[in-house]
Write a protein that binds this ligand. Structure first.
Ligand SMILES: *Cc1c(COP(=O)(O)O)cnc(C)c1O
Length: 359
């Protein structure tokens, strides 16, 4: 078996020990006589699996008791609609425009109410996190929305914005569980699993309880957070297998030492790549230094033919999915939790050789 180093932005790598354990338990989970995929979501065994996953997530992230953890479907993209449908109680919210995922969230929110874009980095292809001028923010807004880590552009907020009493809502899809986060600073966090948590098909929403139960009247039952909160994410069939694998990922994270240990490894990996990019006169990172993401690292050579060649040769060397997003071009290395340090070292060694051979 030759596993590649997969630098995809998502779906992306899962930790090998997690895949191995899932594979051992694939045909028969415990002594249940069946696969997790075949179990009734109402069975005792499955009830334990989902409860264990939630308990581990609460432990690993130190989620305060007054927050609900919901396992939802529809991708992070459905949250772009569910957030305004549930939280826009007076009909207006502040948004920061830091890239395509923020833009899509803004477009959906505009269908529900009034969106005030308080800051934007669109002028420089979203290559930085803009300052948020206090006077642009509405103290009466129903919530303040950010995309914490911008998967496509490789930028990340370096600190949690202070929004006073306005609840902060953050799309953390591509930085979920990458470092400790003070959940109490947020009204709500959500993450599609396939970036940094588990398989595609499940979205985790962590919501302060007082924000639940004020949804717009007449919205579909399935789009109301209260439906899912009241039914422990079991109003309908949840994505059972994906949640099970998320639980295995959390066990793996815990065995490594939790989020502070994970953050140290992620900082080490990112430093290896950024230090090389900063020292190279051939490759160049596209993001302003003080806005850099630990998870997604876009870079360019500045010559489309050489970039194509780089991506092709890297793939042949087992370093796959390095092509940048079509809106940025060049390359992007996504180095989520499951990417080992050796994978980043292998990438940098390959880049050095490519630089020498093609300069
Ligand atoms: C991938 C991604 C999304 C979209 O996720 P889906 O699950 O495909 O809907 C939204 N926000 C961010 C930050 C992402 O990285």
């Amino acid at each position: 078996m030759a596993r590649v180093y997969n630098f995809s932005a998502g779906p992306s790598m899962l930790p090998l020990p997690v895949l191995e354990r899932a594979s051992r338990e694939m045909v028969e989970y415990g002594s249940s006589g069946q696969s997790v995929m075949e179990m009734s979501h109402r069975s005792r065994e499955y009830g334990e699996i989902i409860a264990h996953c939630e308990a581990l997530l609460r432990e690993v992230m130190a989620i305060p008791d007054n927050y609900k953890v919901l396992f939802l479907q529809g991708g992070a993209s459905l949250q772009f609609s569910m957030v305004p449908l549930n939280l826009m109680t007076t009909g207006k919210a502040d948004y920061v425009l830091t890239g395509q995922w923020a833009k899509k969230a803004i477009e959906e929110a505009r269908k529900v109410g009034q969106v005030n874009v308080v800051a934007s980095s669109q002028d420089k292809t979203y290559s930085y996190i803009p300052n948020i001028p206090r006077e642009a923010c509405d103290p009466q807004a129903d919530y303040f929305y950010i995309c914490y880590n911008n998967t496509i552009y490789g930028t990340a907020f370096q600190e949690v914005p202070d929004t006073g009493s306005v609840p902060l809502v953050a799309d953390v899809s591509s930085c979920f569980l990458s470092e400790p986060m003070d959940v109490s600073r947020f009204g709500m966090l959500f993450a599609g699993a396939q970036k940094n948590f588990g398989p595609a098909g499940v979205v985790v929403a962590i919501i302060r309880e007082d924000l639940i139960g004020h949804a717009r009247e007449g919205i579909p039952t399935m789009l109301d957070y209260k439906t899912h909160a009241d039914n422990d994410s079991m109003f309908n069939t949840p994505p059972t297998y994906a949640i099970y694998v998320c639980g295995l990922v959390l066990e793996w994270l815990k065995s490594l030492g939790g989020l502070s240990a994970m953050a140290a490894i992620n900082r080490e990996k990112a430093a290896i790549l950024y230090d090389y990019l900063d020292s190279s006169s051939f490759f160049r990172g596209t993001v302003e230094r003080n806005s850099r993401s630990l998870m997604n690292v876009p870079f360019v050579i500045g010559d489309a033919d050489l970039e194509k060649k780089f991506i092709r040769e890297a793939e042949a060397a087992g370093l796959v999915n390095l092509k940048g997003h079509r809106s940025v071009g060049g390359m992007r290395a996504s180095i989520y939790n499951a990417m080992p340090v050796e994978g980043v070292r292998a990438l940098v060694a390959f880049m050095k050789k490519f630089e020498t051979d093609n300069r």
